[in-house]
Write a protein that binds this ligand. Sequence first.
Ligand code: UDX
Ligand code: ADP
Length: 454
Amino acid sequence: MKTILGIGAGYVGGPTMAMIAKKCPEYKVVVVDINPDRIKAWQSENLPIYEPGLKEVVQETLNKNLFFSTNLSEHIAQADIIFVSVNTPTKSFGKGAGKAADLQYWEKTAREIVRSSSSDKIIVEKSTVPVRTAHAMEYILNANSKGIVFDVLSNPEFLAEGTAIQDLEKPDRVLIGGQETARGQKAIAALKELYMHWVPKEKILTTNVWSSELSKLAANAFLAQRISSINSLTPFCETTGANIHEVSKAIGMDSRVGSKFLCPSVGFGGSCFKKDILNLVYLCNHYGLPEVANYWEQVVLMNEYQRKRFVQKMLDAMFNTVAGKKIAIFGFAFKANTGDTRESSAIYICQELAEEHAKVVISDPKALDNARLDLKDIESSLVFEIDPYKAAQGAHAIAILTEWDCYRTLDYKKIYESMEKPAFIFDGRNILDHNALFEIGFSVYPLGKTALVH
Ligand code: UDX
Ligand code: ADP
C-alpha cells in the first residue's frame, strides 16, 4: 500500500487529506502536525474545525486508511508523496513585515523532510506561498548529502471554508505546476493519477511551477477585487438612492462579468484574501513594479475603508455616541458556516465599538470560542452570548456582521420589543427584510441602499 503524507492538519490539510483518503482507498493517508491537541481533536468526535460534511468524510475513513499522528519523522520516512499544508502567515517582523509571507514553517518542514527521508519523494506545495517558493524549497531539499532526489510540485488549494467538502469533491479545476524536465513531468503524472480517482481529466490543468504559484495569488486577488469593487459602490448608492443589489444584478448578468462574488459586505475576511494580496504587493515591489503593487494594494485599502465606514455609520446614526450603549453583534465568523474568525471584519468593528465605550455583546452560533481568543485584550468590556434573543435584550442596536441563515428567521418583533428605543439595525450583510423591520419600528441601515429611518 502506497503512503501519502500530509504535513499540517489545519483548514487546508485536514479536509484535503480526508478527501484523498475517501477517494483513494488503496492508499494509506497519514496527516501529521506538531500540535498534539489538534491531532487528538482530529481523532475525536469534536474535530478541530467546523466544516459541513467533514465529520462524515473523516468518520468514513478514520483508522481505515486515514490516520493522524504527531510523529513526523516516522511518517516522512514511509511516504511516497508528501503534501505540505503548514501555515504561511504574513510576516510580522523584519523585512517585509506586514506584507511578505512568513516561510519559517515551510522551511522547517523542508529541513525535517530532508532529515527523515531515505528515498526519493514527491513534495507537493499546498500552502499558499510566494511565487518561486517551490524553486527555493527544491534547492533546500536537494542540497542533501544522502543522494535523495526530491521533486517539488505546486498544487494550490482553491477550497473555500464552509464549502470545503463540495469544493474538494467537485473542484472547478485542479492545478498542478511542475518542472518542465522529464523528472518534473513524471512527478506531475503521479499527482495527476491521484486526482483522477475522482476529478475529470479535463479539469486537471498542468503548468510550470511559477504559473501555478502565481495563479493561486492572482485567483484570490481577483475574487477579493470583485468584493472591493462592489463595496466601493455602496456609499455611492446610499447617498444617491441607487440600490446596490439592483446594480450588482445588472452588472452580473453580463456573462463576461458573471454574477458570483458581487455581494456587498462589511468587508471580506478569512485567512487568504488579505494575506495573498499583500504577498502579491510585496512581490511586485520586490520586482520593481510599484504601479502594479499600488493597483492591488487598493483592494485591501478599500476593504479597510468599508469596515471603518460601517462603524462611522453606526456612530452617525446613534447621535454620535455609543458610549454606555449596548450593541448586539449578530455573527463574528468571517463568513457563514464556519467557526473561523481569521481576519474577520467583526474583530475590527468590535474593537472600534469597545474603544467608543459601547457595551458589546457578541453572538455567533459557531465562532464564540475564536472570538474570545481574538478579543482577549478587551474581554472585560465584552459579553459573549450564543442566544441572539438574549444578546439583543435591552440593546440599543443590532449589527449583522455574518450572513448566518439563523439570523434571517428570528422573531424580530419579539426582539424589537425587548430593545431600548429608538432601536437600530445595521445590516452589514443585507440578509434581512428591511421594509418589514422598518414596519416593526426599527430604524434600518442596510449597505448600499437608502436607510429607513423613523
Ligand atoms: C477564499 C477563496 O474563495 C478560496 O478559493 C481560497 O482557496 C481561499 O480563500 P475563503 O476565504 O474560505 O476562500 O472564503 P470566501 O468564500 O472566498 O469568502 C472570503 C470573504 O469574502 C468572506 O469574508 C466573505 O463573507 C466575503 N465575501 C464573499 C463578500 O463579502 N462578498 C461576496 O460576494 C463573497
Ligand atoms: P491553513 O488555513 O493554511 O490550513 P492552519 O493554521 O489552519 O492553516 O494550519 C496549519 C497547520 O500546520 C497547523 O495546525 C500547524 O500546527 C501546522 N504546522 C506548522 N508548522 C508545522 C511543522 N513544521 N510540522 C507539522 N505541522 C506544522
